[in-house]
Design a protein around this ligand. Structure first.
Ligand SMILES: [Zn+2]
Ligand SMILES: [Zn+2]
Length: 241
């Protein structure tokens, strides 16, 4: 499985990057300056989360945030590279919807910087893509980010271990409560052996309420994963309902 991850990365670097360089020379995706895909000034603009809730990773004053006190989240902790706004939102949208897979390496480097030093990790898995999104875009952003994170940390990568066991509505447009009931029990494992007794890092592109991540974590915990940590590129805290 680890080989699949590095194979995927190699393939993406060789074909994806080569082709994209012809189409897009290295201009900063944020400000358009020539030289780098994401320049130092734009990187500085990403709003990092300096005081995360110990559980869900949202910006927070105390150790555990208001939402987490009421929720039964099944993961042990979540962190994100930055807030889903401004430059980070722009580059993630370009990555997902404008075919800018060449920016992936910058993105997983941003993610790795958000990992707390006390998280012990044995392997990396990803939130499964919805079938429709794969058809539309031809690639899964969570899969590519997961492969990169696993590769950078030299950890085994199990990309297809989680799957949707039924069709669910897109979470966009749903309230906080609806999001949790929409995905409840909707994730299953294709194999348990790889995660049993392991400290698992679950990777996704954006986390909003944590409902999907929590459904994934529950499936992993039922397969006796010892810990489930969640790492996303961005954290969306704009949902008010
Ligand atoms: Zn820039
Ligand atoms: Zn929280």
């Amino acid at each position: 499985m680890k080989q699949i991850g590095s194979h995927l990365l190699r393939l993406f670097k060789e074909t994806g990057k080569g082709l994209l360089e012809l189409v897009f020379p290295d201009f900063c995706i944020g400000c358009g300056k020539r030289g780098e895909l994401l320049c130092g000034d734009c990187l500085e603009e990403i709003k990092r989360i300096s005081n995360p809730c110990q559980l869900c990773g949202a910006p927070q004053e105390g150790p555990i945030c208001y939402h987490c006190r009421d929720l039964n989240l099944h993961f042990d902790g979540a962190r994100s590279g930055g807030l889903y706004e401004g430059i980070l939102r722009e580059i993630l949208l370009a990555f997902k919807f404008k075919g800018r897979a060449d920016i992936a390496e910058k993105l997983w480097n941003i993610m790795i910087k958000a990992l707390p030093p006390y998280w012990q990790i044995d392997c990396v898995v990803t939130v499964p893509p919805h079938k429709g999104s794969l058809r539309e875009r031809g690639f899964s952003s969570s899969l590519l980010l997961g492969a990169g994170v696993a590769h950078s940390l030299s950890l085994p990568f199990y990309p297809h271990i989680l799957e949707w066991r039924r069709e669910v509505k897109r979470q966009v447009g749903l309230s906080r409560g609806e999001r949790f009931s929409n995905v409840r029990g909707a994730i299953a494992l294709t194999s348990k052996r790889e995660v049993e007794g392991k400290r698992v890092l679950l990777v996704d592109d954006v986390m909003t309420t944590g409902a999907t991540a929590s459904a994934c974590a529950l499936a992993l915990k039922r397969a006796k994963a010892q810990r489930v940590w969640v790492l996303t590129l961005a954290r969306d805290i704009t949902l008010k309902i």
